[in-house]
Design a protein. Structure first.
Length: 197
């Protein structure tokens, strides 16, 4: 029987999660089966259950690991002594890097969370809502401090930032993609300078 092939410092569970994220992104969670996943990994479907309990566990791990990663980064930014505008730039740079380097996980967590087991959906929605609320607080403080334009609408600004970052998915498919650092600097220039007073 074939075994899960792992690279140095990568566990079998991580191989399964990485492959599942790619599969869920490509086909969608509902259309992906454990047999499909096992085939991509190169093992028998029954062997997967030596490492995971279910397909729903994989979606849970993907969604909540990303939510935790984003919230941990946000907390470190909130605790820094940077200005509000600099904090938004740091958050944006982090989000861009995740979409460039970890896009399967980011996209699955953003789109497929609706298929989480019912017991977890409210908790996940609350984490997403809380993240946007904390971004709102940073931008609002920047307006109050006079470093961010007072005429901007804060909720729509957050919506624009998040959707601009999600748009990086099309960069992955582009045949003439610009270098990732150039993409990042362009997005920072457009989005951050547009907010600066």
């Amino acid at each position: 029987m074939a075994r899960i092939k792992t690279d140095k410092d990568v566990t079998k569970k991580e191989v399964i999660l990485n492959t599942a994220a790619g599969l869920f992104r490509q086909r969608g969670y509902k259309a992906s089966s454990m047999r499909d996943l096992a085939e991509k990994i190169g093992i028998e479907a029954a062997s997967l259950y030596n490492h995971i309990r279910s397909k729903s566990e994989l979606l849970y791990d993907i969604c909540f690991s990303m939510a935790a990663l984003y919230n941990e980064h946000l907390e470190s930014v909130e605790n820094s002594k940077s200005s509000s505008l600099k904090k938004i730039e740091e958050i944006l740079r982090f989000q861009i890097k995740q979409m460039i380097d970890n896009s399967d996980f980011v996209i699955v967590a953003d789109r497929e969370w609706v298929h989480l087991d019912e017991a977890y959906i409210t908790s996940y929605q609350n984490m997403k809502h809380n993240y946007r609320k904390r971004m709102n607080h940073i931008i609002t403080k920047g307006i109050q401090d006079g470093e961010i334009k007072s005429e901007i609408n804060v909720p729509s600004t957050i919506w624009l930032i998040l959707h601009a970052v999600n748009g990086i998915e099309s960069w992955h498919r582009s045949k003439t993609k610009i270098p990732p650092n150039e993409l990042e600097e362009n997005m920072i220039l457009i989005l951050i300078s547009g907010m600066k007073k």
